[in-house]
Design a protein around this ligand. Structure first.
Ligand code: PBG
Ligand code: ZN
Length: 324
């Protein structure tokens, strides 16, 4: 059928017609809200490069998690800025660490909330790299042993999902092995499978105090020029036991999300990262963009590309809009 017999505008004439043919919808259940934890109590300090996001002590993080849960957001992912850093990041597997304490506190207060722990070392090492450094390079296999320690510590605290984010080779298999070896076979793995070496992580590195002191992360995170490699990474992670695979960042990588969605039958997560959030916020605060509409359009694009869930700093704002 062709114009003038077929007129696509017929079904665009009003909101009810449009809603009937809408292919993609957003729901608060699609969102995972990231929380940045710090020590102390009563701390809620705004992150300068991420207006509306905070460094939170555990008590304040629980309050915000409750607010998110009441808005229909089922899940939070936890990051921490530890009080002490060392060369291997040993605070990451301290059973009394900030993330472990927060896992216990959130599960106590909101038992049904799905709590995810990002498992990496860059926030915990004094050099800011995602593991142990040997002869100037990230030592893959030594870092995996520590990853297993941290994983088990989160599992003991009652985490629902662990999300290894360091882009180490074998990190999903090592995580699964550690969990199953201690009868934590119900703890799921969200793998940061296709994580690119991106400049969009800038604000996060301020928030989590985890910028590398020397060099960059191009020796372990993916080259933004590569698409086929993302499928290889995803395939490896699935073989190693990933339950959910992630693409990160989201907006400049929608092609990657789409190609994974067409090839893979596992749930896909997109990480709508700090720099993506900061750009929208900055434009909105300058009066150059309509915050609500740009935010929803971006989130919709991630879902339309094929992601089942989005890790996003917009979670509360978007959920509030959706509940109106
Ligand atoms: C740590 C980690 C990073 C992010 C999530 N986990 C930073 C990095 O790899 O440098 C980025 C999140 C964001 O920018 O919102 N491995
Ligand atoms: Zn890291």
């Amino acid at each position: 059928m062709q114009y003038p017999d077929y007129r696509p505008r017929r079904l665009r004439r009003n909101e009810n017609l449009r809603s009937m043919i809408r292919e993609t919808t957003l729901s608060p259940a699609d969102f995972i809200y990231p929380l940045f934890l710090v020590g102390g109590t009563g701390v809620k300090k705004e992150i300068p490069s991420m207006p509306g996001q905070y460094n939170l002590s555990v008590d304040k993080a629980v309050e915000l998690a409750e607010e998110a849960y009441e808005l229909g957001i089922p899940s939070v992912i936890l990051f921490a800025i530890p009080e002490a850093k060392d060369s291997v990041g040993s605070e990451a597997w301290n059973d009394k660490g900030i993330v472990q304490t927060a896992i216990r506190a959130i599960k106590r207060q909101i038992p049904k909330m799905v709590v995810i722990a990002d498992s990496c070392f860059c926030e915990y090492t004094d050099h800011g790299h995602c593991g142990v450094i040997t002869k100037g390079e990230l030592d893959n296999d030594a870092s995996l042993e520590n990853l297993q320690r941290a994983t088990l510590s989160y599992a003991k605290a009652g985490v629902d999902i662990v999300a290894p984010s360091g882009m180490l080779d074998g990190f999903v298999g090592a995580t699964r092995e550690a969990l199953d070896g201690q009868a934590y076979d119900q703890v799921a793995i969200m793998a940061y499978s296709a994580k690119y070496a991106s400049a969009y992580y800038g604000p996060f590195r301020d928030a989590a105090d985890c910028a590398p002191q020397d060099g960059d992360r191009r020796g372990y995170q993916m080259d933004p020029a590569n698409a086929r490699e993302a499928l290889r990474e995803v395939t490896l992670d699935i073989a190693e036991g990933a339950d959910i695979v992630m693409v990160k960042p989201a907006l400049a990588y929608l092609d990657i999300i789409q190609s994974i969605a067409s090839e893979i039958d596992l749930p896909i997560a997109a990480y709508n990262v700090s720099g993506e959030y900061a750009m929208v916020k900055a434009a909105a605060l300058n009066g150059w963009a309509d915050y609500d509409r740009v935010m929803m359009e971006n989130l919709l694009a991630m879902k339309r590309a094929g992601s089942d869930m989005m890790l996003t700093y917009h979670a509360l704002d978007a959920a509030r809009l959706l509940s109106r």
